[in-house]
Design a protein around this ligand. Structure first.
Ligand code: PLP
Length: 429
């Protein structure tokens, strides 16, 4: 088939918009909240993406955290090609899924068993069903501004794309589907009762911008869930294997009952995982009576890419990631403030947020107030014009990865200085 050649992003996105709803296959990719036309990616190279016009952008989206080694890392693409040549999916157990499951179990204390899925959404959905099945209870507690994928029961007060599009929630979800979902503010330990099956939380919130848990919050959730016999679920789809070798539970020293993973463990291919001790996990079918399945679950190509991605994260990787993120945080905070804009640049390990606010952001209400200042869109566009790609939504975070060099960080800070001055002149929208 002939390659499709587009002269401009406008032309490519026009074609995309005729063929796909809103021109995208996930709403967070649209420019609805910042205005303008998305760059249409033709390919990626390390820290960079290149659009159909041949423009290069230093990319801090990195597939919203699915990529940690940079785009088209040769070691990962080789693993993908090797596996593809041996078959892409079988419908039988494979050596590749054993390799990835073993890498996960080795890295996360408390995890004995894994169920691989094809997305993070499926992982959280499965974790909720498992918790309900194991406890025989219905209610689940989630936190305002935490995103756990797009399943009906979890799409309440979900931050991320729903918030960027200023939607109150999603249409099409019947009241009954969320009748047992209780939403409470982040940082507050709710008093639970015996009707609660599970509390699900992003241990480091990364879908309302970046919000670190305050001391005592996760410990409090651990104690309160234990008190009433509910399960604590850490959604580590973003934090898993990114903030530390063993993820957020290792970094923060709190162990949940169940973990959800995704993104990094697929090396840039579709994946998710529910994980935990055998005593809980073995309630899933076929060992137990809680059903969950997937034709492409544990896909050989995804597990091959993911296993290599995890193996490449060695002892030096985490200090390097954190060093880049810290340098970016310090530099961005300083140059944006110098330009006269209110700014907070929270950073936890390798994760980085950006709020245009004078006040620190500790809850979703704070995040919404910061977004309401209207500085994200002009800053985003001023950065993009100068070749730096941030996510096109104010509730998303930055993903500096192993392909971002120290020079890339310096360049980003220099450009941010000019971009912040441009934004100041343009004014908030
Ligand atoms: N959980 C968290 C914390 C996420 O950030 C995401 C996606 O961004 C998900 C779950 C859903 O994962 P997926 O998009 O693979 O379905």
């Amino acid at each position: 088939m002939a390659a499709m050649i587009f002269e401009s992003n406008e032309a490519a996105f026009r074609a995309a918009s005729e063929l796909m709803v809103g021109g995208v296959n996930s709403p967070v990719r649209s420019f609805a909240s910042v205005g303008g036309t998305p760059y249409v990616v033709e390919r990626g190279e390390g820290a960079w993406v290149i659009d159909v016009e041949g423009r290069r952008y230093l990319d801090y989206v990195q597939s919203y955290g699915a990529v940690i080694h940079g785009h088209a890392d040769a070691r990962i693409t080789r693993a993908i090609a090797d596996q593809a040549a041996r078959g892409t999916t079988f419908g039988a157990p494979t050596v590749g899924e054993i390799r990835l499951a073993s890498a996960i179990v080795d890295r996360v204390a408390g995890v004995e068993r894994v169920r691989l899925t094809s997305s993070g959404t499926e992982a959280t959905m499965t974790a909720i069903r498992l918790a309900r099945g194991v406890t025989g209870r219905s209610r689940i507690v989630k936190f305002d501004g935490c995103y756990h994928g797009h399943s009906d029961a979890l799409l309440a007060a979900a931050g991320s794309g729903v918030a960027s599009l200023s939607l109150p929630g999603s249409a099409g979800i019947p009241d009954g589907a969320v009748a047992d979902t209780i939403v409470v503010p982040y940082q507050e330990v709710p008093t639970l009762d015996e009707r609660v099956a599970a509390v699900i939380v992003e241990p480091i919130a990364a879908n309302m911008g970046l919000v670190a848990p305050e001391p005592g919050f996760l410990e409090g959730l651990r104690a309160e869930t234990q008190r009433v016999g509910a399960l604590l679920i850490f959604d580590e789809v973003i934090t898993g294997f990114r903030v530390a070798r063993g993820g957020a539970s290792e970094l923060l020293g709190v162990q949940p009952d169940l973990w959800c993973f995704g993104k990094v463990i697929g090396g840039g291919l579709p994946i998710g995982a529910v994980a935990g001790p055998g005593t809980i996990m073995d309630h899933l079918a076929p060992a137990g009576s809680i059903y969950q399945a997937g034709t492409l679950s544990g896909n050989p190509v995804a597990t091959a890419a993911g296993a290599v991605a995890l193996e490449l994260l060695d002892a030096g990787s985490y200090p390097q990631l954190e060093g880049r993120a810290r340098a970016l945080a310090t530099g961005l905070a300083s140059v944006i403030a110098e330009a006269g804009l209110p700014v907070q640049v929270p950073q936890v390990a390798s994760l980085l947020g950006l709020f245009f606010s004078d006040e620190p952001v500790r809850t979703y209400a704070d995040a919404r107030r910061a977004v309401g200042s209207g500085w994200y869109a002009p800053f985003f566009h001023a950065m993009l014009r100068r070749g730096i790609a941030l996510a096109p939504g104010p509730y998303e975070i930055l993903f500096p990865g192993l392909a971002h060099s120290a020079d890339d960080v310096d360049r980003t800070i220099d450009i941010a200085s000019a971009a912040a001055r441009d934004a100041f002149v343009a004014g908030p929208v």
